[in-house]
Design a protein around this ligand. Sequence first.
Ligand SMILES: [Zn+2]
Length: 165
Amino acid sequence: MKCPFCGKHNNRVMDSRLVRDMTTIRRRRGCMSCGRRFTTYEKIEEQAPMLIKRDGRREAYSREKLSKGIFVATQKRPVPVADIEAFIESLERHLQETGLNEIHTTEIGERVADFLKRVDPVAYVRFASVYRQFTSLDDFDREIRGLDFCSGSVIDDGKCGQLKQ
Ligand SMILES: [Zn+2]
């Protein structure tokens, strides 16, 4: 690391500490030539994978786009924003862990669909109708029939009753 004052390369690390959300290391360095001190930051490289779209085109993964899609589907539905954020976090963690450079948009779409199916059937159908590009009302109907509205947590908070009316 080049000293910003004298341009020499011999310096040593005096102190290292994690800052921000534990993803950045701040280092205080001392120049052995001029004796001055300076600070460097080391960040974990964020590997945003490329998305492979249905038509084969590629596009950089965008958290903004993904959350927009989920927020549209969950509009006016009782889905806590914190749950959506936690889902996106876990999805991104998964993407980081797999270390893949490329991922099909369909895989992300399926994960979103699974998540919405768990938290809110209406949001799920909304999302699925766009995501799976239903071409006819039959498709839509089949998807709704396929949903078990009265299973698991859905019935607990009374949503099942509302949907049946
Ligand atoms: Zn120096």
